[in-house]
Design a protein around this ligand. Structure first.
Ligand SMILES: Cc1ncc(COP(=O)(O)O)c(C=O)c1O
Length: 361
């Protein structure tokens, strides 16, 4: 199946179109750890190559143990998948009901997966002008109309907004009292783990937490994600999984990644520092305003004569790829998203913007 021109991270397709190598493109469109693979992940993959002659461990026992330890839960609270996208496509089939509410703007695959399973989808649009504030009263009213599942991403993608644990607790309470299942996507929560609601949500059967290992650990090509939830729900999710869908290399790499506390520490420090620097430098362009973010990307609004698509084309001429956000429901042609990359790549982007806005290119 071929899928997804609507996403960032399309470097292979783009390199074919431009006739250049993927490495020549500075990819700010997918939000992946700029530090790349950790040494321990690389070593674990090389060491596991000979075990490819066997089928993968269908129980993912080692990886589940590492995840349980990392999150202070039991292995029975963990389901592992071939990227969290696989879980996003399993959830609508697992849940009873047919009416979903998505807090938007949001990752488009929630809606695609729900539609594939015949769900009706409504959206609660958060306003950029209001800093993507999530108002519990508005959510209460939206749920009161009748809703079987609520999809919320924290920190939000593409906004980068982190909703504090007290607010998530309130969202969860509203879901519980209205009989709505909460799908809480924490794909970017490794950047601010202390705000995770995994403990509350995994204690009961009213919701689940989705996590991705592809962004924080820089392994989108390997495909690895997981759910944290009550053991009864994990059992139902796993009952729908395809056998051996998490390959051996992903299992060993994920286990090594979780145990590499030095890489985690370096990533958080590096991304935090570069994100602040990028924000500060972007604020010098009167045409651009970046929204506060706790993840490894920034949503930016552009004003003046150039749209996000126009800017994307201009930067592409310099082999710099940004994510035009016009196709996110709730945003328009004025919004784009950039990943926080290495200091050198960020400089390259800033120099590109400088040329476009101040150099009369
Ligand atoms: C918010 C969000 N959730 C989930 C995913 C899926 O990630 P993966 O399938 O690589 O784990 C993405 C990918 O971009 C995302 O942005």
């Amino acid at each position: 199946m071929s899928h997804s021109p609507e996403h960032g991270g399309t470097v292979f397709a783009l390199s074919r179109r431009l006739g250049i190598a993927p490495e020549e493109i500075a990819d700010f469109s997918a939000s992946i750890n700029p530090l790349g693979l950790s040494d321990s992940v690389r070593d674990s993959i090389v060491a596991a190559l000979d075990s490819l002659v066997h089928y993968p461990d269908a129980d993912c026992a080692g990886l589940k143990q590492a995840l349980a330890e990392a999150h202070g839960l039991t292995t029975a609270h963990v389901a592992v998948a071939n990227g969290s996208t696989e879980l996003i496509y399993q959830i609508p089939a697992m849940l009873p009901g047919r009416r979903a509410l998505i807090v938007a703007p949001a990752f488009s695959e929630y809606g695609n997966a729900l539609a594939q399973h015949g769900w009706q989808v409504r959206r609660l649009l958060l306003s950029p002008a209001d800093g993507f504030r999530l108002d519990p009263a508005a959510l209460h009213d939206a749920l009161a109309v009748g809703c079987d599942a609520l999809y919320l991403c924290n920190p939000g993608n593409p906004s980068g907004t982190l909703y504090p644990p007290e607010l998530i607790r309130e969202v969860y309470r509203l879901c519980r009292t209205s009989g709505t299942f909460l799908v809480l996507d924490e794909a970017f929560m490794d950047f601010c783990e202390e705000a995770s609601a995994k403990g509350i949500v995994a204690a009961e059967e009213h919701g689940l937490v989705l996590r991705s290992m592809t962004k924080f650990f820089g392994i989108p090509g390997l495909r690895l994600g997981y759910a944290l939830a009550h053991p009864a729900l994990i059992g139902r999710l796993e009952g729908r999984g395809i056998p051996w869908c998490v390959n051996t290399l992903a299992q060993v790499a994920g286990t090594a990644a979780l145990r590499d506390s030095e890489y985690r520490r370096r990533t958080i420090a590096y991304v935090g520092r570069e994100r602040s620097l990028l924000c500060e430098r972007l604020s010098r362009f009167p045409q651009l305003s970046a929204y506060p973010s706790r993840a490894n990307f920034l949503l930016v609004k552009i004003s003046g004569g150039l749209t996000a698509a126009g800017l994307r084309e201009r930067l592409l001429a310099q082999r710099i790829l940004i994510r035009d956000c016009a196709n996110f429901t709730g945003l328009d042609d004025r919004f784009f998203r950039i990943a926080v990359r290495t200091a050198e790549e960020n400089q390259r982007l800033l120099a590109g913007l400088e040329g476009i806005f101040n150099g009369g290119q």
